[in-house]
Write a protein that binds this ligand. Structure first.
Ligand SMILES: [Zn+2]
Length: 227
C-alpha cells in the first residue's frame, strides 16, 4: 500500500534539536536551519521519537513481544537482522532491513512565515536564543563548572507550526495503524523534555493508495495486533 502522511506539528514551547557543536555558532547545541535561516525539525529526529512510541505501544498490545522477536534498539547488533522482522523494524527499518517509509524534514509552515512579514515580526521569528543548563555531578552533589552547557532554542512569540511528510509503502493496514498511534502519542520533540522544551501536538492527514482515509478509521486496526 502506498502511504502518504501530511504532518502538522504545533510547538507549544521552544524547541531545541541540535547538531552538536559547530564552528560557526557559540552554542554547544546549535539548531539545524534551512537555507533561509529558519530552524527545521529533521525527519530523522521525528522518526526516532515516533519509533520509540511505537515500541512502547506494540509491547502493550503484544505482551509476548519479546518472546516472539528479539529486538532491542538502538544498538545495531540487537536489532532485527533476518526474518521474522519485528513489526517496528518492518515500519522503521533496522541496519539490515531498509525502512520502507521516509520521514522528510519538517519546515516552518508558510503561513507562519507570511504572518511575520512586518519588520518586528520577522525579527522575532528569526530570533533564536541561548539557554544555559547546568550539569550536576550527582556523586559529589555539586555543580560542576565544566558541565555548564548552552542550548540554542527557538522561541518566537506565537505557537510555531511545522509541516512535513512521511511517505512510502507499507504491507498492512495494521502497520499503518501502529505508525499513526505512534505519531499521535508524540508529546515532545528534541532532547530537553525535562527542561520544558519542545512540547508539541501532532496532527495527521492520511492518503492511502491515492485516497484520503480518516486516521480514526485506520487506528481501529490497532486491535489486530492483539489477535
Ligand atoms: Zn526489530
Amino acid at each position: 500500500m502506498q502511504i502518504e502522511i501530511d504532518l502538522k506539528v504545533t510547538l507549544d514551547t521552544p524547541f531545541s534539536i541540535g547538531t552538536g557543536a559547530t564552528a560557526d555558532s557559540v552554542a554547544d547545541k546549535p539548531l539545524i536551519k534551512d537555507a533561509e535561516g529558519y530552524p527545521i525539525i529533521p525527519g530523522s529526529s521525528l522518526k526516532g521519537v515516533v519509533r520509540h512510541e511505537c515500541e512502547r505501544i506494540i509491547r502493550s498490545l503484544i505482551p509476548a513481544f519479546d518472546d516472539q522477536w528479539i529486538c532491542h534498539p538502538p544498538l545495531a547488533k540487537n536489532m532485527c537482522k533476518t526474518d521474522p522482522i519485528c513489526p517496528v523494524c518492518r515500519i522503521f527499518g533496522s541496519p539490515w532491513y531498509p525502512a520502507p517509509i521516509t520521514f522528510e524534514n519538517l519546515v516552518l509552515a508558510t503561513e507562519s512565515k507570511e504572518q511575520s512579514r512586518t519588520w518586528r515580526g520577522l525579527r522575532s521569528v528569526r530570533k533564536t536564543s541561548l539557554r544555559f543548563g547546568v550539569g550536576i555531578n550527582r556523586s559529589r552533589n555539586v555543580v560542576a563548572e565544566d558541565l555548564l552547557y548552552s542550548t540554542e532554542t527557538y522561541a518566537p512569540p506565537q505557537a510555531l507550526v511545522y509541516q512535513g511528510r512521511i511517505w512510502g509503502t507499507l504491507g498492512e493496514r495494521q502497520e499503518i495503524a501502529l505508525l499513526l498511534a505512534g505519531l499521535q502519542s508524540v508529546s515532545t520533540i528534541g532532547g530537553d523534555r525535562s527542561r520544558g522544551l519542545g512540547w508539541c501536538q501532532v496532527e495527521v492527514a492520511v492518503i492511502l493508495d491515492g485516497q484520503s482515509v480518516p486516521p480514526s478509521e485506520l487506528l481501529q486496526e490497532l486491535d489486530q495486533w492483539s489477535n
